[in-house]
Design a protein around this ligand. Structure first.
Ligand SMILES: CC(C)(COP(=O)(O)OP(=O)(O)OC[C@H]1O[C@@H](n2cnc3c(N)ncnc32)[C@H](O)[C@@H]1OP(=O)(O)O)[C@@H](O)C(=O)NCCC(=O)NCCS
Length: 252
C-alpha cells in the first residue's frame, strides 16, 4: 500500500511542486497475490485537478518469473496541496486531456471526486468523533508514537506510512482470530479528516466486525492525541477484508 501511495504522491507532486497530503483513497481490491521474487510495476498519473485537491490513479502489475504480467490492483486516490502545517493551498497548475483516452480518465476522475463530496461532507464533525465506546467486543487497541521518520513534509505524517501501519494491525487482528495465514483482499474507501503530526500518539482501535466462511471484516478507528496540548482528533476509520488462506494461497 505504501508503494501505491508513494507512486500517486510522486506523480502528483511532479505536477504541483508543493507538499501534498493524502486526503482519500477509494475502494482498493487486491486481484492477485504478489509473491517474493515477482517483478512489480507501479504506474501513476494525475487525472483531474481541482482548486486545492487533485485525483491520481495508480495501476500495479506483477510479473512472476515464468508467467505473464498480471494486473494486481488499480487504486484511485486524492491529494490536497498544502503548506507544511497541513493548510490547503491552491494548485496553480492545470491539466488538459490531450486525446480521447486522457479525456476518459479525466471524466472518470471528476466523477469519482463528485461521488466523494457527499461522503466527506461531514468531515469537520467526524474529526470531533473521538468516542471509542462503539468499538466491538473482539478488539485490539494499539498505541504508537509518531516519529520524524514517519513524516513526509515538515512534521506531517506520511499517508503511505499510516496505511502500512493500518494494514499490519488489521492483519494481526485477523491472524489472531483465524489462527493461520491471511491475505488482505480489499480496503474500503478511506478518508483522512485531520493531519497527524510528529510527536502525536496514535490510538488504533481495531475490531473484528464480521466473519464469513474464509473472510473477515476488520475495522480500525484512528485517533491522534497531542500529549503537549492535551487534544485528540479522529483522523480516519478504515475497513478491510482479510481472507484466511492455506499454504498455496487458496481461501480455506
Ligand atoms: C485534506 C484536508 C487538508 C482538507 O482540509 P479541509 O479543512 O477539509 O479543507 P477544505 O474544506 O478547504 O477543502 C480543501 C479541498 O480538499 C478536498 N477534501 C477535503 N477533505 C477531503 C477528503 N477526505 N478526501 C478528498 N478530498 C478532500 C475538498 O473537496 C477541497 O477540494 P478543492 O479545493 O479541490 O475543491 C484535511 O482534511 C486533512 O488535513 N486531512 C488529513 C490529511 C493527512 O494528513 N493525510 C495523511 C494521514 S497520515
Amino acid at each position: 500500500m505504501n508503494w501505491i501511495v508513494t507512486a500517486g504522491n510522486l506523480a502528483a507532486s511532479r505536477l504541483t511542486k508543493k507538499p501534498l497530503l493524502l486526503a482519500s483513497i477509494e475502494d482498493l481490491f487486491f486481484l492477485q497475490p504478489v509473491r517474493i521474487g515477482d517483478v512489480v510495476t507501479v504506474k501513476a498519473m494525475v487525472g483531474y485537478v481541482g482548486k486545492t485537491s487533485l485525483e491520481a490513479e495508480v495501476v500495479v502489475f506483477c510479473k512472476p518469473l515464468h508467467e505473464e504480467e498480471k494486473l494486481c490492483t488499480r487504486a484511485r486516490m486524492s491529494f490536497v496541496s498544502s503548506d507544511v502545517h497541513g493548510k490547503p493551498v491552491p494548485i496553480e497548475q492545470r491539466i488538459e486531456p490531450a486525446d480521447e483516452k486522457e479525456m476518459k480518465i479525466y471524466r472518470y476522475a471528476k466523477e469519482i471526486r463528485e461521488g466523494r463530496l457527499m461522503r466527506i461532507a461531514q468531515r469537520k464533525q467526524k474529526v470531533q468523533d473521538t468516542n471509542l465506546e462503539d468499538i466491538g467486543q473482539l478488539s485490539l487497541r494499539v498505541y504508537r508514537l509518531v516519529f520524524p521518520e514517519d513524516a513526509i513534509y515538515g512534521n506531517l505524517m506520511y499517508g503511505g506510512k499510516l496505511l502500512l501501519i493500518l494494514d499490519e494491525i488489521m492483519a494481526i487482528m485477523a491472524m489472531k482470530f483465524a489462527k493461520g495465514a491471511i491475505v488482505t483482499a480489499s480496503l474500503d474507501a478511506l478518508d483522512f479528516y485531520h493531519p497527524i503530526y510528529v510527536g502525536n500518539i496514535l490510538v488504533l482501535a481495531t475490531s473484528l466486525n464480521y466473519v464469513g466462511r474464509s473472510s473477515m471484516e476488520i475495522g480500525v478507528k484512528v485517533l491522534a492525541e497531542d500529549p503537549v496540548n492535551n487534544t485528540v482528533q479522529h483522523t480516519c476509520t478504515a475497513f478491510s477484508t482479510c481472507v484466511k488462506v492455506d499454504e498455496h494461497g487458496r481461501p480455506r
